[in-house]
Write a new protein. Sequence first.
Length: 190
Amino acid sequence: MIQEITVLPCEKSDYVRPKRLSYRQDGILKTWDMVEVHDSVAILLFHAEHDSLIVVRQFRPPVYLKNGEGYTYELCAGIVDKDKPLRKIAHEEVLEECGYDVPLERIERVTSFYTAVGFAGSVQTLYYAVVDDSMKVSDGGGIDVEAIEVVEIPRCEAKHFAMDETKAKTPGLMFGFSWFLEKFEVLKKH
């Protein structure tokens, strides 16, 4: 339960650094305010035995300011704040958030893309992994004070879920679901 919400000025942060960029474009001097943030990894998980996609649900304060609820559905993800290969960071996030110990060689890189291009421009690298019950080693839920709920979306409901505007979700989740459903149809035909 979320209680005692207060919005305060951000004096210093380990995660965002406000910046103002000044530049000349077509002879016109312009400025743009932005924040420098960490890049991230996201992992789309398909549970083969359950025929479902695994996502996480968690409270996001900026979304709360927009919709008064603040809970979002997202792919398992994490910031790149360690000097490790991205695949290894993806592996750690799956273990921490969803409780699956996926062998590194079974975590497949899909692509990378820019997010929040109007104010941050960070790069997110999307990975994909197939999991099964033999890989489940914990309930997940995150580490320290993270409060992450693991949610399974049946594959047959994935498209409807992605388009359901009553559920706050990230563009990464919507892209990941679309990529997966297209890939699944192609694999099914072969």
